[in-house]
Design a protein around this ligand. Sequence first.
Ligand code: 8YV
Length: 312
Amino acid sequence: MKPEILIPVPIMQRVADALEDSYTVHRLDKADDRAGLLASVAPGVRGVATMGVADAALMDALPGLEIISSFGVGYDGVDVAHAAGKGIVVTNTPDVLNDEVANTAIMLLLAVSRKLVLYDRYVRDGRWVAEGSPPLTQAIRNTRIGILGLGRIGQDIARKLEMFGCTVAYHGRRKQDDQPYEYFADLVGMARSCDTVIAICPGGEATRGIVNRSVLDALGPNGTFINIARGSVHDEPALVAALQEGTLGFAGLDVFADEPSVPEELFAMDNVVLQPHQGSATVQTRNDMADLVVNNLDAHFAGKPVLTPVTE
Ligand code: 8YV
């Protein structure tokens, strides 16, 4: 008997294709009658393959659920406490995306500082011909960058930034003695001492809104805020207001509070670069993430330890 896997939300085709041979797959995401399909397959389901979301109600509806294999490193949308209480294993896809997400952070930082998007438009609009070269931009060399969340991706960003000639500081729950960078226990204090803050911490309640107006104002009128973590990490109305009022200079945003909705005020701002949650979104990296989702399920159903369980 093949183990039964439930896919509750749209997932990369590569995952669904890979599961097809070894498992019986139920596509709740493709069902017209979700409740009906869920009720009929629930007793047999032993695994869930999902995209960063699984709430307590889903877990409670699946009495034989053993494992939730989630696509993405962030699992703030998975109720891991509830899963732990029920003895359900939860896995995510860390590490395989570190390099890509770190590159995205630096891409956003350079795009903001060198006005990449703005000056692309300058050329297309014929302004180079009409007006000549646009104003000079800012180097990131010799700037000080504060990383909010020096986890595995944060460390990758830090190493890359050093190669760009930046100085790195960090803020997180605790000082990491094996890290060579200056630690700030106080996020506002770090923002005050830095030219840029890059958020790459986990989402969820512990970090909700921690990049608030005080942090943004501490960065100041020449400061830059980059968020490639979760939109929940910044206070979005405060961010928009700080940019509008000029108490924060610039922003590079890959994530938003209510994706795919983005505050329209940002569309008109030349000092902001926006991306549609693209941190890990290359073919190569997403394939690696998809394979890890499948490999975790395969390990579990072969009676082996899963490869990347979440720490909880
Ligand atoms: C993906 C991400 O966009 O890994 C994460 O936590 O945010 C991204 O890599 C996401 O998993 C897709 O839903």
